[in-house]
Ligand binder design. Structure first.
Ligand SMILES: Nc1nc2c(c(=O)[nH]1)N[C@H]1C(S)=C(S)[C@@H](COP(=O)(O)O)O[C@H]1N2
Ligand SMILES: [Mo]
Length: 427
C-alpha cells in the first residue's frame, strides 16, 4: 500500500521523507488514501437473492482504535439489556433479569448478568477491603485483597440462580421475565478449602457463616462440607475483575446452591459448630409446605431448563425450519439430556447438547424443528446426571403446595399462535 521505495532499502521502522509528508498532512491525506484504496478493490456482484452492493463502510476509514477505551456493544444492540420491573417503586431491594432470549452460548456477558441486591450496590475500594476469618480456627486472620490473590488460583464456569426464579405466581411475558434470574460466568479465585486449610479449622466445626459488607449485611450459613468441596472465594468474572453488582472486590461462590448463599462484598467468614439462622434463613428463603411446616436450608438448585428461542415476545419467521434453542442447568452436577416437546408435553424428542457440558454450568441445547404453521405449545425438560427430571408446574405444586415461593424449577411452556406470535402459555 504505502510503498516508499524498494523493500530493504531502509532500516526497519524508519520513515521516509515522502512518508513523513503524508503523516504531516494528517487525517485528510490518510482518509484520501483509504477512500482511494478500498473502492477499486471492492467487488459488487449478484447472488441468488439479489445484488451485493459496495457498502459505505468500504469507502472510508472506520472509527479510530481506542475510541472506546472500554469497549461497548454495537449501537444496533441497544435493546439487549437487563430487564427491570417497570412496576418497581424502588431499586434498592430489587432485581434485574438477564435477557435470556437475546443471548447465545452458555456464558452471560458481565453487563447482562442478573442482579439481586437486598440494599443496593455498595462502593468498595479494594485497597481498603478486608476479609476476616475467625471462630473455630487456629488463629483469626485478616486478609487484604492482595493476600487473597497470592493463593493459587482457579477459573471455573458455574451458573448462579436466585431461588426466587421465577417465584410461584410470577410468570413473565418473555424468557427474561419468566426465568432471567440465572446467569453463568467463568469465575476466578481461590478454592475456599485452600484458604481454610491454611488458616486451620478446629475440630467440631460444621458451618461457615458468610457476611457481606453491604447495607443489607447479608449473612448466610454454609455447611463446612461445601466449603471444603467446590466453594471458592472469587475476584474474577469472565476474565476481568468482578463487577460491582456481582460483589466487587470479593464474593463467596457456592456452585449449585441458591443464589442468596453466594454472598457478595464478602467481609467475614466465621467458622462455627452451628448455623446462624439469620434473617435470610428464617423470614426469607424458607419454603412453607402444605402441612404448615417450612423447609429451611434448601440449598441446591434442582435441574431446570427453558427454551429461549422462540420465546415469549418473539415472532416466528413463518412456517418451516426453525431451530429451538435454550439453556439447561442443575445444581447437582452436569446435564445428562434435554427433551423437547412441540405438542404441549404429549410426546418428547431428545435435543442436542452443545459442548462443553460442564458441572453446575448452563448448557446450551438445540433442536431442529419444522413448524407446520398450526398453533403449538413448546417446552423443554432437563434431566441431570443424578437421573432427576425437571417437573411440570402441576407436579411441583402437588408436592409443595401453593405457599412455597422459592425453588420453582418447573418447565416454561410457550404458546405459538397461527400468526406466529409467541406468548407464555401460563398467562
Ligand atoms: N452481600 C450480599 N450478598 C448477596 C446479596 C445481597 O443482597 N447482599 N443477594 C443475594 C441474592 S438473593 C442472590 S440471588 C445473588 C445474586 O447475585 P448477582 O447479583 O451477582 O446475580 O447474590 C446473593 N448475595
Ligand atoms: Mo436471590
Amino acid at each position: 500500500m504505502l510503498h516508499d521505495g524498494k523493500p530493504g532499502e531502509r532500516a526497519r521502522g524508519a520513515v521516509s521523507p515522502r512518508r513523513r509528508k503524508f503523516l504531516r498532512g494528517g487525517a485528510t491525506a490518510l482518509a484520501g488514501i483509504a477512500a482511494g484504496m478500498a473502492g477499486p478493490t471492492a467487488l459488487a456482484a449478484r447472488g441468488d437473492g439479489g445484488e451485493l452492493a459496495v457498502p459505505e463502510s468500504m469507502k472510508r476509514e472506520g472509527a479510530p482504535v481506542g475510541g472506546e477505551p472500554y469497549g461497548i456493544p454495537s449501537k444496533y444492540e441497544k435493546g439487549v439489556v437487563r430487564h427491570l420491573r417497570p412496576t418497581d417503586k424502588q431499586y434498592f431491594s430489587s432485581s434485574s433479569r438477564s435477557p435470556l432470549q437475546d443471548l447465545d452460548g452458555m456464558i452471560t456477558p458481565n453487563g447482562l448478568f442478573y442482579e439481586r441486591h437486598h440494599n443496593g450496590v455498595p462502593t468498595i475500594d479494594p485497597a481498603q477491603h478486608r476479609l476476616l476469618i475467625h471462630g473455630l480456627v487456629e488463629g483469626s486472620r485478616l486478609f487484604t485483597m492482595e493476600d487473597i490473590r497470592r493463593y493459587p488460583a482457579q477459573s471455573r464456569i458455574h451458573f448462579i440462580e436466585c431461588s426466587g426464579n421465577p417465584g410461584y405466581k410470577v410468570y413473565g411475558k418473555t424468557a427474561a421475565q419468566a426465568n432471567g434470574l440465572v446467569s453463568c460466568a467463568e469465575w476466578t479465585g481461590v478454592m475456599l478449602k485452600t484458604v481454610l486449610d491454611d488458616v486451620g479449622v478446629k475440630p467440631g466445626a460444621k458451618w461457615v457463616i458468610a457476611e457481606g459488607a453491604d447495607g443489607a449485611g447479608l449473612t448466610r450459613s454454609i455447611p463446612l462440607s461445601k466449603c471444603l468441596d467446590d466453594a471458592m472465594l472469587v475476584y474474577g468474572q469472565n476474565g476481568e475483575r468482578l463487577r460491582p453488582e456481582q460483589g466487587y472486590p470479593l464474593r463467596v461462590l457456592v456452585p449449585g446452591f441458591e443464589g442468596n448463599m453466594n454472598v457478595k462484598w464478602l467481609r467475614r467468614l466465621q467458622v462455627s459448630d452451628e448455623p446462624m439462622h439469620s434473617r435470610e434463613e428464617t423470614s426469607k428463603y424458607t419454603d412453607l409446605m402444605p402441612d404448615g411446616k417450612a423447609r429451611e436450608f434448601t440449598y441446591v438448585m434442582e435441574a431446570k431448563s427453558i427454551i429461549t428461542s422462540p420465546s415469549g415476545g418473539q415472532k416466528m419467521r413463518g412456517k418451516g425450519y426453525c431451530e429451538l434453542t435454550g439453556i439447561a442447568w442443575s445444581g447437582h452436577g452436569k446435564i445428562a439430556h434435554v427433551d423437547v416437546s412441540v405438542d404441549d408435553g404429549k410426546t418428547w424428542h431428545r435435543a442436542r447438547l452443545q459442548g462443553p457440558v460442564l458441572d453446575k454450568a448452563l448448557t446450551r441445547f438445540r433442536f431442529p424443528w419444522n413448524w407446520d404453521g398450526a398453533p403449538a405449545v413448546i417446552m423443554s425438560r432437563a434431566t441431570d446426571e443424578t437421573g432427576y427430571i425437571q417437573p411440570t408446574l402441576e407436579q411441583l405444586v402437588a408436592v409443595r403446595g401453593v405457599n412455597s415461593v422459592y425453588h420453582n424449577n418447573a418447565m416454561t411452556p410457550w404458546r405459538i399462535a397461527a400468526s406466529g406470535e409467541v406468548t407464555n402459555a401460563r398467562l
